[in-house]
Design a protein around this ligand. Structure first.
Ligand SMILES: Cc1ncc(COP(=O)(O)O)c(C=O)c1O
Length: 432
């Protein structure tokens, strides 16, 4: 039996025969004692090396008295002017709409929610934490760490389907119109984690315009992959801050971003963009949290990344390293699983992930089988709130970190596990 056969056209005898054949190959992998990790979206060492100049690009004279500030000393609570200018260009917002943080945007998201729970948000002095219940809409599949923040802070998560154009907006609109416990929505608007989709203009407009029962509702716009194109066909994203202003809700959106996957995840610069009113409200609290962020790192970034042209040039170098990895995974998935009607997958134009959907009820089994053969994948269910994928079918593939050779083997194992698990499910559901 060759590839590209439709598994659903096979009779039980053929399926059993196929299973034995696949099992033989799987056992071969078990004997190899592999140790491959495709679980987290991390840049590979070659990508990190692209920014190594940043480790030596600063001299003492760069640090003395800039903008009336000594960068080696305390102060500069929301960032140095040069870095604010850089990020305002990157995110398409005004200089006064930028607050720079430490090295992690996830940290800024956590802090923003935590402050809202303690103190409320601009325009409302009712802390969310004083309310009987706080809920967030969670377009899914989504980012496990967003969901982990909600879980830790006792925010109830409401799943909303993610479509090719963004969250299912009919459902979002009807939920926020009726329920004032819904205070926020998580959005990864560009090259989303894990599906790689970019929100359509209409989705952005509807999010900006929609009537919310909670007047202190906020959009958590995690623009983590805004310049992370894999091809020259850049997907455009409408500016949420502008859309919110135009819709008469200027304070609705918090935009988050960072250079984690531009320079170094361990030593990047994170940023929050929001209305001046939002930032003024937050600054008072941030000024108690810290006496100022790492201005030296901000300066190193500006000296290295310079401007948007240089930034895009730099991102092309990342793409040159990781695009072949995405291509390898996509080609292999097509070669091994194409035409079999047992899986579908995303073909992203940017970001860090490929999202694979198996037949319902297979994902957990596939991830466990792959782990047994030495291939670590992101936990099944991780892309849904509470780790529960209602159809048990989504698997996030993170192709950037492993080498091409490692990837090839890891995807071979993954495809084999998908095939074996699919045969089992089909046999379970076909008459004996
Ligand atoms: C959607 C998304 N947001 C945020 C992050 C982490 O960002 P940071 O390194 O700035 O904390 C990631 C990392 O994988 C991500 O996928």
């Amino acid at each position: 039996m060759g590839y590209q056969m439709d598994y659903f056209q096979l009779n039980r005898m053929e399926l059993n025969e196929l299973y034995d054949n696949l099992k033989g190959k799987y056992d071969g992998f078990l004997n190899q004692q592999l140790r491959l990790d495709m679980s987290r979206g991390k840049p590979c060492p070659e990508q990190l090396a692209l920014s190594s100049e940043m480790l030596t690009n600063i001299a003492p004279e760069d640090l003395a008295e800039q903008d009336g500030m000594d960068y080696l000393n305390y102060g500069g609570i929301d960032g140095i002017p040069m870095a604010k200018a850089f990020f305002s260009n990157m995110l398409g917002v005004g200089m006064s709409e930028i607050m720079i943080g430490g090295n992690s945007s996830l940290n800024m998201m956590y802090d923003a929610i935590s402050r809202a729970l303690h103190f409320g948000v601009y325009g409302s002095d009712r802390p969310w934490g004083k309310l009987p219940k706080v809920k967030f809409l969670c377009p899914s599949p989504g980012y496990d760490r967003h969901f982990a923040i909600c879980e830790l802070l006792n925010i109830e998560m409401v799943v909303v389907d993610l479509t090719e154009d963004g969250p299912d907006m009919d459902r979002v609109e009807s939920l926020v119109r009726e329920d004032d416990a819904i205070k926020g929505i998580w959005c990864i608007p560009k090259y989303s984690n894990p599906d790689g989709i970019t929100y359509s203009d209409e989705t952005v407009d509807r999010l900006a315009r929609m009537d919310t029962k909670a007047e202190d509702f906020r959009i958590f716009w995690d623009d983590a992959y805004t310049v992370h194109h894999l091809t020259e066909d850049h997907e455009p994203l409408k500016n949420i801050l502008t859309a919110c202003k135009e819709a008469g809700h200027p304070d609705r959106a918090f935009i988050f971003g960072s250079t984690s996957k531009i320079t170094f995840p361990g030593a990047g610069v994170a940023v929050l963009a929001a209305s001046e009113n939002n930032l003024n409200f937050m600054r008072k609290q941030v000024a108690v949290q810290t006496i100022g962020p790492d201005k030296v790192n901000q300066l190193r970034h500006v000296l290295f990344l310079k401007d948007m042209d240089h930034l895009h040039m730099h991102m092309r170098k990342h793409a040159a390293i990781i695009k072949p990895k995405f291509d390898l995974v996509l080609n292999k998935l097509e070669a091994e699983l194409g035409g079999q009607h047992i899986a579908s997958w995303s073909k992203p134009k940017g970001g860090y992930f490929i999202s694979l959907n198996t037949l319902d009820g297979c994902a957990q089994e596939v991830v466990n089988m792959a782990a047994k053969a030495g291939v670590t994948l992101t936990k099944a269910g991780a892309t849904f709130p509470y780790g529960r994928d209602p159809r048990d079918r989504n698997i996030r593939i993170a192709p950037t970190y492993p080498s091409l050779k490692e990837l090839e083997t890891a995807i071979d194992v993954l495809c084999l596990c998908v095939q074996m698990s699919s045969v089992r499910r089909i046999l379970e559901h076909s008459p004996a």
